[in-house]
Design a protein around this ligand. Structure first.
Ligand SMILES: Cc1cc2nc3c(=O)[nH]c(=O)nc-3n(C[C@H](O)[C@H](O)[C@H](O)COP(=O)(O)OP(=O)(O)OC[C@H]3O[C@@H](n4cnc5c(N)ncnc54)[C@H](O)[C@@H]3O)c2cc1C
Ligand code: SF4
Length: 404
């Protein structure tokens, strides 16, 4: 973690700024994402003046246009020995290497754990809608007004002094976090694994959130060092880390930063864009998807279960939010025998969902209770593969349906 002043200007623990400061102090160049002057879009720019660093700080949750920076970086690398630091989404860092065709000793790259990027066109329309014709004077996707928390806070200020804020439940963040407005490629991201293009990968250390050893409410970075160059850069910023700097097990990062290893699952994207094309109004389309997401999910689940398991009873793995939503449907409730879960409290007490009480069994007990005709439905879309593996390792003979 960097010092408090840097962290207040950064999304997480300010590691990006520490690296950028170093490169700039060496007379080098830093390339990263900045808002355009009107805050309606984001583009990659190259700076070599520390006074401009503020433009690159903080996450902007929109796709950044890399414009001509790859060609400019190539020229810089070919023309002099000054270091160049490139920061961007993993696909952008990979694109840079593809463009260059070779690595350069003075080039450093940082990618980040990437949730995915929303369409720039939608953002431009949304901020226009929020501004109501006023000039936008500032946008911060990661306001730390309420501290550094997994619940994100978007703030926008306008030239009449008015302020708009939006939490996780706001229209933009709901559609962003539920993957309804991301680029299509983001739900099949090739980079959501440990083979990263950047010398260093950065992110929020959500594994430490709420734990006072790691979390003082001001932002904690996760840093993954991917190669020798990354290690050399990290060793140089280490003396400037004047808060906690601790090596942790990779598993603890993977645990809470699920985007490190898996793309988000598209949810309601098709429905959003159909609605958007129909009404041509960003506010109406975002409002529609925000209120319809659960219904869409339920309808899809019910139709899949009805198609794949007609007239068969089901046991459901997943008594959380999605399980609650799906069991609102009468047809599912009639088929549902019980839930499966590793949580021993739930196994002991059962669960009450939508006013109905259900037993919860461990996977072993559940398998013993099911007949060959019964079907197991895995509700968790994110961890469906792991749960399926767990069931297969128990040599389960029942048909398994994984909800998307
Ligand atoms: C679209 C997006 C999705 C993300 N998803 C996750 C996630 O799921 N989990 C997680 O742990 N971390 C995620 N991050 C990273 C996280 O938000 C922080 O950016 C990261 O922890 C670095 O924080 P910092 O405090 O070191 O520096 P900051 O000052 O916050 O650094 C921001 C850096 O990111 C670059 N950047 C900002 N916006 C963009 C953009 N739109 N496109 C390309 N580069 C950009 C800037 O140029 C700068 O170099 C995401 C970031 C972005 C931009
Ligand atoms: S999720 Fe993958 S494809 Fe989408 S912006 Fe991030 S790195 Fe690129």
């Amino acid at each position: 973690m960097a010092d408090d002043e840097i962290r207040s200007k950064s999304s997480s623990g300010g590691v990006f700024t520490l690296c950028a400061d170093l490169i700039l102090a060496d007379g080098g160049y830093v390339c990263g994402a900045a808002f355009t002057n009107d805050f309606r879009s984001v583009e990659h720019i190259i700076i070599n003046n520390p006074d401009e660093l503020f433009k690159l700080q903080k996450s902007k949750y929109i796709q950044s246009d890399t414009k001509y920076v790859y060609a400019k970086i190539k020229n810089l690398l070919n023309e002099n020995d000054s270091p160049v630091l490139f920061v961007g989404c993993p696909c952008q860092a990979d694109a840079l290497y593809s463009f260059l065709g070779t690595d350069y000793p003075q080039l450093y790259t940082i990618d980040f754990i990437c949730h995915g990027v929303p369409s720039p066109m939608l953002w431009a329309e949304y901020i226009d809608y929020l501004s109501g014709g006023k000039n936008i004077t500032h946008v911060d996707f990661r306001s730390k007004k309420e501290g550094w928390k997994p619940e994100l806070l978007l703030s926008a200020t306008f030239d009449d002094g008015s302020l708009y804020t939006e939490t996780n439940n706001g229209l933009w963040y709901t559609a962003f976090l539920k993957n309804s407005i991301l680029r299509k490629s983001c739900s099949h991201c090739r980079y959501a694994n440990m083979s990263r293009p950047g010398d260093i990968t950065i992110g929020d250390y959500w594994g430490g959130a709420g734990n006072t050893e790691y979390d003082d409410g001001k932002g904690t970075s996760l840093v993954i060092i991917n190669n020798k160059k990354g290690m050399a850069l990290f060793e140089r910023i280490k003396p400037f880390i004047n808060c906690l700097c601790k090596e942790i097990k990779l598993e603890s990062a993977k645990d809470k930063n699920s985007m490190l290893m898996k793309s988000g699952i598209e949810s309601g994207r098709e429905e959003f864009f159909t609605q958007y094309k129909k009404c041509n109004n960003i506010y109406k389309a975002l409002s529609f998807i925000s209120s319809e997401l659960n219904n869409i999910k339920r309808r899809k689940a019910v139709s899949l279960i009805s198609d794949e398991a007609p007239n068969r009873n089901i046991a459901m793995w997943g008594a959380g939010k999605d399980g609650t939503e799906i069991t609102k449907d009468d047809k599912i409730r009639e088929k549902l025998l019980f839930f499966i879960d590793n949580n021993t409290d739930k196994q002991k007490n059962g669960v009450e969902i939508n006013g109905f009480k259900y037993s919860v069994y461990s996977p072993d007990n559940a398998v013993a209770l099911l007949t060959a005709d019964d079907v197991i439905v895995i509700v968790s879309s994110r961890f469906g593969d792991e749960i399926e593996k767990e069931l297969i390792s128990r040599e389960v003979k029942n048909k398994i349906i994984k909800l998307k």
